[in-house]
Ligand binder design. Structure first.
Ligand SMILES: Cc1cc2nc3c(=O)[nH]c(=O)nc-3n(C[C@H](O)[C@H](O)[C@H](O)COP(=O)(O)OP(=O)(O)OC[C@H]3O[C@@H](n4cnc5c(N)ncnc54)[C@H](O)[C@@H]3O)c2cc1C
Length: 474
């Protein structure tokens, strides 16, 4: 190795000489990668192809000890520091330009304890990997809906998916975490130990340290759930969604229904003349008893004249990957998101209006349903505060050709503006893009000041600054 110039937090470059670099390499069990190294590009390639950042040095960590060494190294040399879990974050916060990258993606262990119904999960694990291990015992914890997402970032921002109305957010099922703090110490955070840190990492993202291990509570789920899609023409969307909002308001918490507006992909169960036409898809999952689920879903399935209804008993792990083909890595993405207390007529109208003008076949309007167990946790109990939001809208601007950047981004922003009057003003930190740091405060609402106080205490120099940043004030 030879001398390296790395970006420091003061804005200057820090010179790392050969001797220092060699000692660093010898001290880690994983490996260092730098521009030109064999696996450098692999380490800096993330889900959103619009993000193209070049860290000056990557530590491909093999375990917690490597993370401790890397954090101390970054602290000692004053380096810009980024932390990569699954690399799915839309804003690209897994990467920095010129600084040090702590790459956790090779830390892949999942250890399920079926008797205690808990799991220990390392921070490079994806949702699909965790689900496969836990489902071998008929167990699961609430995660997201795309199996390649990282458990780490998803958990640190809150985390919700098909099980959340019944079992809460991912963080509501976090029992403890091992955290490397800004001074390079490995501590355990739980309700009993470092309780304020534990409060902060449940929604506060990577602002307070690097999590090297998560301990989750597991629940009996499936292994078969009743799930699938009901597809309507977009022209029917106003009526279907008005029916849907009343229907789901009274549905049991095992039942969840997200909806998506987009141009129809060439699905085998959809008549070819509908391929490429605008549709509304209801994505349904009932995670309780199958017969009971059939009974609950009956009225929704009977409404209107769906183009397709493919709801059926499905292995939970398969359902967890069903939307993957629509969310593949490597294309351009620009998202906008809002929280909603309900589906008002004006909100529905604005969605349908923009759905008619969707700028690309990959682009979609997705709306997640929350409530239930998520809303029963007090707003101040964890850093994630917007417990009363019943829906989270995610405008998935998604396309391949860079020439379409301006049109697709403009469409996403236009829809975001059109629905703003109907939104709560809250935001989900995991869906924020890189160009809206002013929304971080909104994402934390009344918990923001407490988060700043914690940041002042545990990371006053903002070593952990490449994230949806809670800036220290000391
Ligand atoms: C296609 C797609 C589908 C999604 N679906 C859902 C969904 O259904 N539900 C949902 O809740 N969210 C969903 N998300 C959002 C997802 O939760 C966030 O993108 C999340 O940040 C991804 O985590 P990651 O580890 O893959 O990301 P990364 O990009 O690696 O990291 C995200 C942030 O967390 C920090 N971080 C990562 N690991 C650690 C760690 N161990 N310690 C400290 N900081 C760390 C990073 O520094 C970065 O700031 C989805 C995202 C995508 C792209």
């Amino acid at each position: 190795m030879s001398q390296l110039q790395l970006k420091s937090r003061s804005g200057e470059n820090a010179t790392i000489n050969d001797e220092t670099l060699t000692a660093f390499q010898q001290g880690v069990r994983g490996r260092l990668a730098r521009p030109g190294s064999e696996d450098y590009d692999q380490a800096r390639t993330i889900w959103n192809a619009m993000i193209d950042r070049r860290p000056g040095l990557v530590v491909r960590c093999a375990g917690a000890a490597d993370v401790v060494r890397a954090v101390r190294f970054a602290g000692k040399h004053g380096l810009v520091l980024a932390v990569r879990g699954g690399g799915h974050n839309i804003a690209g916060n897994a990467l920095c330009d010129g600084g040090l990258l702590i790459d956790l993606s090779l830390m892949k262990s999942v250890r399920v304890d079926p008797a205690r119904r808990t799991a220990r999960v390392e921070p490079g694990v994806t949702l699909g990997e965790f689900d496969r291990e836990a489902q071998a015992f008929g167990l699961a914890t609430p995660l997201g809906i795309n199996s390649t997402t990282g458990v780490a970032g998803l958990t640190l921002g809150g985390g919700f998916g098909w099980l959340s109305r019944r079992l809460g957010l991912t963080i509501d099922n976090l029992l403890s975490a091992d955290v490397v703090t800004a001074d390079g110490e490995l501590v355990r955070a739980s309700e009993q130990e470092n309780a304020e840190l534990f409060w902060g990492i449940r929604g506060g993202g990577g602002n307070f340290g690097v999590v090297t291990s998560f301990e989750f509570r597991l629940h009996q789920v499936g292994p078969t759930v009743l799930s699938g899609l009901i597809i309507h023409p977009l022209d029917a969307a106003r009526d279907v969604l008005r029916f849907h909002r009343d229907f789901v308001a009274n549905a049991p918490e095992e039942f969840v229904c997200w909806f998506v507006m987009r141009k129809a992909p060439p699905l085998p169960f959809l008549a070819p003349e509908w391929h490429g036409k605008e549709i509304l898809a209801l994505a349904v999952c009932y995670s309780g008893n199958i017969e009971e689920g059939e009974r609950v879903a009956k009225r929704l399935r009977a409404f209107g004249k769906p183009l397709a209804d493919v709801i059926a008993p499905t292995p939970y792990v398969a359902w967890q990957t069903l939307l993957d083909p629509l969310l593949t890595p490597g294309v351009r993405n620009y998202w906008k998101s809002h929280d909603f207390a309900g589906l008002s007529d004006g909100f529905i109208d604005a969605l349908v209006d923009h759905a008619r003008r969707i700028p690309d076949p990959m682009t979609e309007i997705a709306c997640a349903q929350l409530g239930g167990a998520v809303s029963r946790v007090p707003r101040g109990a964890t850093a994630y505060t917007h417990r009363d939001g019943q829906y989270v809208l995610n405008v998935h601007g998604r396309w391949e050709d860079p020439a379409k950047d301006a049109a697709c981004i403009a469409w996403a922003r236009s829809l975001f503006q059109a629905v703003t009057p109907f939104a709560t003003g809250g935001a989900y930190v995991n869906f924020l893009t890189q160009d809206e740091p002013e929304r971080v405060r909104a994402a934390y609402g009344e918990n923001y000041d407490r988060l700043v106080a914690l940041k002042n205490k545990v990371d006053p120099t903002n070593l952990f600054g490449v994230n949806q940043n809670i800036r220290p004030t000391v």
